[in-house]
Ligand binder design. Structure first.
Ligand code: MSP
Length: 573
């Protein structure tokens, strides 16, 4: 199986972590954990996140806090690491763009592109706000009547030396690549917007900023051979995806399988980044390995309680707010909610408290949690907490008039529901086949990067088991155990099928909820062994199935029911 390299954006260190950062990183974590599970190995999966540190705003906020930009970056990069550790994110590497391993590579890349001529020295002319010491776009200048929006003084037309990247040269190649690789810009709803912009024509883009006496302009990687210019933060930042794996041991990880990002930064990733890679590949034979990533996945945004998140509206979901949810409902419940209800498919998603509670109660407390409790309680009660024998083949297809206790249980249920049609309505439950179907589909959904569809197979399995329990009514059957010698084996067959199905559901849930599922595995003595691929692990009653005779402890309920009337958790002061 191919190697799988997944990245998140690298985050600006002037900001504190919030739901946007945690969301992208948790979704990437679920995808990475899923790939490790599918392969039964950690070796070929590489998950990268990190921080983007050379932005001018880092200098500004550092000054406001009376520290150097590097100190400010150190402090905030540590905050991101702490937040991601608290979210149980299993990244393989964390890159900071101020690290020499990154900066040195960027200098090498720019040097090659200068040599090949795809980066060239030219002149940039634009409207300059002298008070703010920054350029204003043509549109913004016109809207402000060519005056500074800050001090009202006229903007001046200014020309200065600057380095450009020949983006225009790659217009046709980019267009063709996107047209012939439908998964390159994902989800598909995002493709038209990128293609439209490319077809409209591409200009070369400035990729440097001048270094002046203003300290803000002194932060950043210098253009090789020219100390008066520094590489624009975005170009520096994009190269992180390559610089981290540009070592002899890691080069085979390239190209990335998925660059997961938010919709606002899609243009940089779907147009400028591939063009830079094409240019680098063409620049020197040493860059022959620099192919294009498989997919740039641009998710939508979280809004909160129906509105754009804002600190002043009080609906801002900070990392601390997420932590308060995790403290009350468990981190895994938060991860589940973000991964299944998030804006992955493109449309924005609402973080509303009522919606969180509804999802939590329906899918976790009353769903997976309740179903595992029911089954383990019955195994505890009727089999002394020992996994019952699995003598039945887990095909529950009632024979009309069939006499086994399982037939009778199924038929009795059908008759109770519709006395006129006793027998005919009895439903068949084919466990091995149904479970294999969900496992296969969950893997396919991962390949399509559809987290929510993939995780919904957990819920589907739970529903199947719940349905089976209500059809076979094992608690009723149990009442006949003293009088009917066939009742106990029937009960064993029913409960084994339920528990074994839930074991498979727990495997599929584990990338989103690693801690809760590890608890379940401990209680049920069924932790998956290392180095076994998911299809093997998940084979119903296969080599890694629940083993009859082993302990199955009922343990604590996985998820306590939430009270919808309780006030939403708030961050601690
Ligand atoms: N540093 C750049 C990325 C460089 S990647 C080579 C950057 N950083 S950021 O910290 O501002 O934003 C990072 C990500 O957070 C973006 O993908 C953005 O879409 C995401 N989000 C910010 N607010 C968000 C929401 N409200 N909801 C979901 N994601 C959002 O941009």
């Amino acid at each position: 199986m191919n190697q799988y390299y997944i990245t998140t954006p690298i985050y600006y260190v002037n900001d504190r972590p919030h739901i946007g950062h945690c969301y992208t990183t948790i979704v990437a974590d679920v995808a990475a954990r899923f790939q490790r599970l599918i392969r039964g190995s950690d070796a070929d999966v590489f998950f990268l996140t990190g921080t983007d540190e050379h932005a001018d705003k880092v200098v500004t906020s550092a000054a406001e806090h009376n520290v150097t930009p590097q100190e400010w970056a150190d402090r905030n990069a540590a905050e991101f690491r702490r937040a991601f550790a608290a979210c149980n994110v299993s990244f393989n590497d964390f890159i900071r763009t101020t690290e020499p391993r990154h900066k040195d590579r960027v200098v090498e890349y720019i040097t090659s592109l200068l040599k090949s001529g795809d980066i060239y020295r030219g002149q940039y002319t634009g409207w300059y706000d002298q008070g703010q010491e920054e350029y204003v776009t043509e549109t913004a200048a016109r809207e402000a009547d060519f005056k500074s929006t800050i001090n009202g003084k006229p903007l001046v037309k200014r020309t200065e030396d600057c380095y450009f990247f020949k983006l225009s040269k790659y217009q046709d190649a980019l267009q063709k690549h996107i047209e012939t690789h439908p998964a390159f810009v994902s989800p598909p709803s995002r493709q038209a917007e990128i293609l439209g912009r490319i077809r409209a024509g591409l200009n070369d883009i400035p990729i440097s900023r001048p270094v002046t006496s203003d300290p803000a302009t002194q932060w950043g990687i210098r253009v090789p051979g020219d100390d008066a210019n520094r590489v624009y933060v975005w170009i520096d930042a994009l190269f992180n995806y390559l610089s981290v794996v540009d070592t002899p041991e890691r080069r085979s990880l390239w190209p990335a399988a998925v660059h997961l990002i938010g919709k606002d930064i899609l243009w940089f990733h779907a147009a400028i980044w591939p063009a830079l890679l094409m240019a680098l590949r063409a620049a020197a034979p040493a860059y022959e390995w620099v192919k294009l990533p498989h997919s740039i996945f641009g998710h939508g945004w979280w809004i909160s309680e129906g509105m754009k998140m804002s600190k002043s509206l009080g609906n801002f979901i900070s990392f601390e707010r997420l932590t308060a949810y995790a403290d009350r409902y468990s981190l895994d419940a938060v991860r589940w909610f973000l991964a299944t209800q998030g804006p992955l498919s493109g449309a924005d998603a609402d973080f509303a408290h009522a919606k969180f509670i509804e999802c939590y109660n329906a899918e976790l407390a009353n769903g997976l949690g309740n179903c595992t409790s029911r089954v383990s309680n019955m195994i505890d009660k009727y089999f002394g907490g020992i996994v019952p024998p699995n003598d039945h083949n887990a095909e529950f297809a009632p024979q009309p008039g069939g006499g086994s206790p399982i037939d009778l249980a199924l038929a009795a249920r059908a008759a109770a529901k519709n006395p006129a049609a006793a027998g005919s309505e009895a439903r068949a439950f084919h466990f091995p086949e149904t479970i294999a179907f969900h496992v296969k589909r969950a893997i396919e959904d991962q390949a399509a990067f559809d987290m929510s569809a993939s995780l919904m197979h957990v819920t589907e399995i739970v529903r199947f088991v719940d349905d089976f329990i209500s059809h076979t009514a094992p608690f009723t059957l149990a009442k006949t155990m003293n009088t009917n010698p066939d009742a106990k084996p029937a009960l064993a067959a029913i409960l084994y099928a339920c528990a074994e199905s839930l074991r498979v559901a727990s495997l599929l849930a584990s990338p989103a909820m690693p801690t809760k599922m590890a608890h379940l595995w401990r209680d049920w003595s069924c932790a998956p062994p290392p180095n076994v691929a998911l299809v093997e692990l998940a084979r119903f009653a296969g080599d890694h199935a629940l083993s009859p005779g082993s302990r199955l402890t009922k343990g604590e309920p996985l998820f306590m029911r939430a009270d919808p009337a309780e006030a939403p958790p708030t961050e601690k002061a």
